[in-house]
Design a protein around this ligand. Structure first.
Ligand SMILES: [Zn+2]
Length: 186
């Protein structure tokens, strides 16, 4: 836009210079009557041309002002976004910090629990966890596996119902360990 503006200003200036030169030659009165008449004709045509170019210049200036206003608007918007990003980053950092602290708290009791369930079950748990998107055990609730959400059939439910309390029961669909509770629907 600036280049276009400069160009339109230069165009007008060229015509003005040319007209000024013609005018001073005319004022000096040198040359034949025919020459002077030709100069006058050219002056008239230069004046028209100057008018046209000035219109263009004004139009370019108006567009330039509109664009400058748009730039100002966008800069303000960018500042808002930058501020918003900073705010969200600070919220994210706070959340990560909280999760880190939670991980320490939750993890603190893990060693005791692993020792309690024994190496075999702990190893099975880790194996399922690795192949099941991090969720190795889920509550069996209202006849549904909490891992894959599928409802168990009567055969499976009967098997689980009669299984000893300390037996590790697993979902036939997703192979996750199912935790039996009072709400399992058995
Ligand atoms: Zn399942």
């Amino acid at each position: 836009m600036q280049r276009e503006l400069t160009k339109s200003e230069q165009d007008v200036q060229l015509v003005r210079d040319r007209a000024a030169r013609n005018q001073s030659r005319l004022d000096a009165g040198q040359g034949s009557a025919k020459d002077l008449q030709a100069l006058q004709h050219e002056l008239a045509s230069l004046a028209r041309r100057q008018g046209e170019l000035e219109d263009i210049e004004i139009e370019v200036m108006e567009r330039s002002e509109q664009l400058a206003a748009r730039v100002t608007e966008l800069e303000a918007r960018r500042a808002e976004i930058v501020e918003r990003v900073a705010q969200l980053e600070s919220e994210r950092d706070a959340a990560v910090q909280k999760l880190d602290a939670e991980e320490v708290t939750v993890g603190a009791g893990r060693a005791d629990i692993v020792a309690g369930v024994g190496d075999d079950l702990a190893a099975l748990y880790e194996k399922i966890r690795a192949s099941s998107g991090g969720l190795a055990a889920a509550e069996l609730k209202h006849r549904r596996c909490g891992g894959c959400r599928l409802e168990l059939g009567n055969v499976d439910l009967n098997r689980i119902r009669t299984a000893p309390q300390d037996e590790v029961v697993r979902c036939e669909e997703c192979r996750r360990i199912m935790i039996r509770t009072g709400e399992s629907g058995l």
